[in-house]
Design a protein around this ligand. Structure first.
Ligand SMILES: [Zn+2]
Length: 257
């Protein structure tokens, strides 16, 4: 589970009426509570909305105990703010380090790791400060990173070879802490010339590609997400194209009635 924007994530959960993961549903529930709280709902109203997201194992407890459990869940959920519109800066020197790799897949993988790292060091539950390395280390999440880097089409062994390449080039360092794996990126910068900033995480890889090859990519006229230029004069990303078509259809049928 990678959550770059909790507002969007919560909206998707409510639309689908179910959790997206099994193992991390507690964190997903916290996100929902933060989102609904931010929308101005009180705790009772939020509990009603959570009906579709039941607490497993509480079916046989009496109401008083369930209320107590929820009290604790609300406390934890609201102990940090809703994470939305986090803006991260990508520096030119970081892009140079990424582009120095001779393999496009390795570049894509390293870029997604960079974005994830910079986002995750704002999330308490995803990092710890390593005294040994004197840096913040972020919890690894290979599967989701691979999905965002669009390398799931490669064989698992090939994906691991890419990671090895990053390690051998001293661009990626992993460590184990309390039986979880954490990583950091030694080439990361905190100042210098900014290449670009990211606050929309819908197509992370697109941001690297449009920066490196501006002639081959453009932005959706509606949401600004990066899309590949094709021969057809496409104006919108797939999501927006669908939304706009739906709206037009509704309008069309309204006019007919
Ligand atoms: Zn769009």
């Amino acid at each position: 589970m990678l959550v770059f924007d909790e507002k969007k994530y919560a909206e998707k959960l409510l639309k689908d009426k179910k959790f997206q993961t099994y193992r991390q549903k507690d964190i997903e529930r916290y996100i929902l509570i933060r989102y609904l709280h931010e929308k101005g709902l009180n705790n009772d109203e939020i509990r009603q909305k959570l009906d579709k997201f039941p607490l497993i194992g509480c079916e046989y407890l009496d109401k008083k105990d369930v209320d107590l459990i929820y009290e604790r869940i609300f406390q934890r959920a609201l102990s940090c703010p809703l994470v939305t519109n986090v803006e991260i800066k990508i520096y030119k020197e970081e892009i140079d380090a990424i582009n120095s790799l001779d393999d496009n897949f390795a570049q894509d993988l390293l870029f997604v790791l960079l974005v994830y790292y910079k986002w995750a060091i704002n999330q308490n539950y995803l990092y710890f400060f390593s005294k040994h390395n004197n840096v913040k280390m972020v919890m690894t999440n290979d599967i989701d990173i691979w999905k965002y880097a669009n390398i799931m089409k490669l064989r698992v062994s090939e994906r691991h070879q890419l990671s090895n390449k990053l390690i051998l080039n001293n661009l990626y360092i992993e460590d184990n802490f309390k039986s979880y794996n954490y990583f950091y990126l030694p080439f990361i910068k905190n100042d210098g010339d900014i290449a670009f900033t990211i606050n929309n995480y819908d197509n992370i890889l697109g941001e690297l590609h449009i920066y490196n090859n501006p002639d081959d990519y453009k932005r959706c006229s509606n949401c600004k997400v990066v899309i590949k230029k094709t021969r057809s004069p496409k104006k919108y990303c797939n999501n927006c194209a669908k939304l706009i078509k739906n709206k037009q259809n509704k309008k069309y049928y309204k006019n007919k009635i």
